[in-house]
Design a protein around this ligand. Structure first.
Ligand code: COA
Ligand code: HC5
Length: 635
């Protein structure tokens, strides 16, 4: 029940386990539902506004390993000016504190605007993550749709827990987390705008959707997934419906209208208006936006050798492989898209604005468990209405938009380099045995790998959850610290003793863990600085000099953009780099192995996903060897 059982973010379900939903339960009344959820939410603390002085000091500390001494001096002067009693800092700080009193969360709305809705790069690769599941045991169309039927049933099973509020509350460091994001991932969709996008969520409407969208061979269908008595369709019933969809769309050709959603957002915003100016198109787009989620039944992806399978599957989930692949078999604005290939490749892509990875992963873990346990699917007898094809009238203008989108999507697909590795030598077990935080250990291996490749440190981002606070999203853990810099510089230095290197490693790992604690308790610097800047905009003041400082731009140029996304299923999540000359690194530490997905852009000559992945593997192994061979580390 709500608030009793639990699951830890990054950990297994608590002893009482994941609450199994009761099948075909009668929905509880809306008021009771609201009561239980709200009671939990109201018990959560509000995100604090950190003290101004503390953020200024910590900002300088964070810059130390990244900028030259004269630049640092300049920034110190700007900060002195900013924070003095008569300066802008105090005024903005007061404004922020006032905002914090008047809102549930002073940050989240701003964050969603800045990080997502006003960010104009395509959501594909630049914002929406992919998730790759282990390869499933089928290799033909029949197997594909049998599995798809079970998957849909599994999602509806999870949805029952959302609707009935029987979802177990998650915990981080023993503290209960905000559960709001679970209510944002189904029945929602991003809508492109001319300068800024928006998100609609139909789950909370008085008439919530009862259908999903299925896309097959670039053609969209509306599939009703509830019987008239309110019970979800069974996997058997769903199989029959999916068969109808596939046979209606296998032989017919259609314009890949979904490719429009891969465009630059301003471009898509304009094309969107042209598209929905037609009544039929508007209705079809509306049906996609309102649907509970999208299921993409993909054509086979190119055959690859076993060792590159996961990297190719990651591409399939991240962007679909271009127009000759499956990029047109998507609606990338949809919050949640499940992707199932004919060859057993399975996973998902999700639009990031409404939620972080962990709620999506919890849903997918549940679905995988469900598909494993459920019976073999058999075609059901009773007849159901044929799923509705969503029609599109493609005018010459829209055709041109589609052609342009194909060109830019292909360019983006060509540009993305992706390497997935399974580091099989150890997982969380080894760092734990040495009494070190596994996450910090992995982050220090990344620092070492990067330093070995470039002989310098770079600004590094790691996502930290702010869900201990009501409506919390994320803050930044800055993995590059003075301690990490000392560690990586010493590691390959033959003049240094092993014991000194171990000592530096321990200090670097501890510094990372302590930054993590500070970040998850709302005391990191990045969102506070963003808040101060946004407050200046809100008050129509000129942007303070600290935000125009080259050091600030350097601090935000994350050449390593990283995130830990753990799961119970042995899967790997992936995303693109956030700067043209950077890397995206997503990792899933399991007990005895670690899955990594490393991305970079081919257009940047200095970066190479495969080389960084190899360097991370070497760094992890070398760090363990050092610990194993240095007696004092075994304390
Ligand atoms: N000695 C022994 N064990 C230790 C240890 C130490 N010094 N420090 C930590 N551990 C253990 C922990 O108890 C934990 O145990 P468990 O496996 O039984 O749960 C495990 O090691 C993992 O801890 P750690 O590696 O330190 O990381 P974490 O799980 O606390 O995660 C973050 C760190 C930053 C990833 C987490 O705080 C977070 O914010 N997660 C959300 C990130 C996110 O939202 N990502 C997606 C963005 S879309
Ligand atoms: C399936 C989960 C993928 C993880 C996505 C993620 O970590 O997104 C980060 C969100 C945030 O606010 O930190 C952003 N990042 C991909 C750029 C690290």
């Amino acid at each position: 029940m709500w608030g009793i059982c639990g699951r830890t973010v990054g950990g297994m379900a608590k002893a009482c386990g994941f609450v199994r939903p009761r099948h075909l339960v009668k929905p509880v009344s809306a008021t009771r539902v609201a009561g239980r959820y709200l009671t939990h939410q109201r018990g959560l603390p509000c995100l604090p506004v950190p003290p101004l002085q503390q953020t200024c000091e910590r900002y300088i500390t964070a810059l130390e390993p990244m900028v030259e001494a004269d630049e640092l001096m300049h920034t110190k002067q700007l900060l002195e000016e900013f924070k003095k009693a008569s300066g802008l800092g105090e005024r903005l700080q007061k404004g922020l504190e006032k905002r914090a009193h008047g809102t549930e969360n002073w940050l989240s709305e701003w964050w969603v605007q800045v990080a997502y809705l006003e960010y104009r790069m395509p959501v594909v690769v630049h914002s929406s993550p992919g998730l790759v599941l282990p390869r499933m045991d089928f290799s033909d169309k029949q197997g594909q749709i049998r599995f798809a039927a079970k998957l849909i049933a599994g999602v509806l099973d999870f949805k029952t827990m959302i609707d009935n509020e029987t979802l177990p509350v998650e915990y981080l460091g023993g503290k209960p987390l905000c559960m709001n994001q679970y209510y944002e991932v189904l029945s929602s969709c991003r809508i492109p705008g001319l300068k800024k996008d928006s998100v609609v969520n139909h789950a909370k409407s008085s008439n919530p959707p009862r259908h999903i969208t299925v896309v097959h061979n670039f053609q969209f269908f509306q599939l009703e997934v509830y019987n008239s008595n309110g019970t979800p369709l069974t996997a058997d019933q769903l199989l029959v419906q999916l068969e109808k969809i596939c046979s209606a769309s296998s032989e017919t050709e259609a314009e890949p209208v979904g490719i429009l959603t891969t465009q630059h957002r301003d471009c898509w915003g304009k094309a969107y208006l042209r598209l929905v100016s037609d009544k039929t198109n508007k209705e079809s787009v509306g049906a996609i936006q309102r649907s509970i989620f999208t299921l993409c039944l993909d054509g086979a992806m190119p055959q690859v050798a076993d060792e590159t399978y996961r990297s190719r599957a990651a591409i399939q989930m991240l962007h679909g492989g271009g127009i000759r692949g499956n990029s047109g078999n998507r609606w990338f604005d949809k919050t949640l898209q499940f992707i199932i290939g004919e060859d057993g490749t399975c996973g998902a892509n999700y639009e990031h604005a409404p939620a972080e990875g962990p709620p999506i992963v919890a849903l997918i873990d549940h679905v995988v468990e469900y598909t494993r346990k459920s019976e073999a699917v058999q075609a059901a007898m009773a007849s159901l209405p044929t799923p509705r094809r969503l029609q599109f009238n493609i005018t010459a203008e829209i055709k041109k938009d589609i052609e342009e989108a194909k060109v830019s999507m292909n360019k983006l697909a060509q540009d993305l380099d992706m390497k997935v590795i399974v580091f099989g030598h150890f997982g969380k077990n080894v760092p734990k045995a040495y009494k070190m935080s596994p996450d910090a250990f992995i982050q220090m291996a990344l620092q070492l790998a990067y330093y070995r490749m470039y002989q310098r440190c770079c600004a590094t981002y790691e996502s930290a959850s702010l869900r201990m606070y009501r409506l919390g999203r994320t803050d930044t853990i800055r993995s590059t610290s003075s301690a990490s810099a000392s560690f990586v510089k010493a590691f390959d230095d033959p003049s240094k003793q092993s014991s000194e290197k171990v000592d530096l490693m321990e200090k670097a790992v501890k510094a990372h863990r302590s930054y993590t604690n500070m970040a998850i308790s709302g005391q990191a610097i990045d969102r506070h600085l963003l808040g101060l800047k946004m407050q200046a905009v809100e008050e129509k003041l000129s942007v303070p000099a600290i935000f125009k400082d080259p050091a600030y731009a350097k601090a935000l140029h994350y050449q390593l953009s990283t995130s830990q996304v753990p799961s119970q299923t042995d899967c790997v999540m992936c995303f693109g780099p956030v700067v043209p000359n950077g890397y995206g690194v997503c990792y899933n530490p399991m007990n005895d192995h670690i899955n990594f997905a490393v991305s970079s852009f081919n257009s940047c000559k200095e970066t190479n996903a495969g080389l960084l992945a190899q360097a991370v593997e070497d760094a992890l192994l070398d760090m363990r060897t050092l610990l194993d061979q240095t007696p004092r580390a075994r304390l």
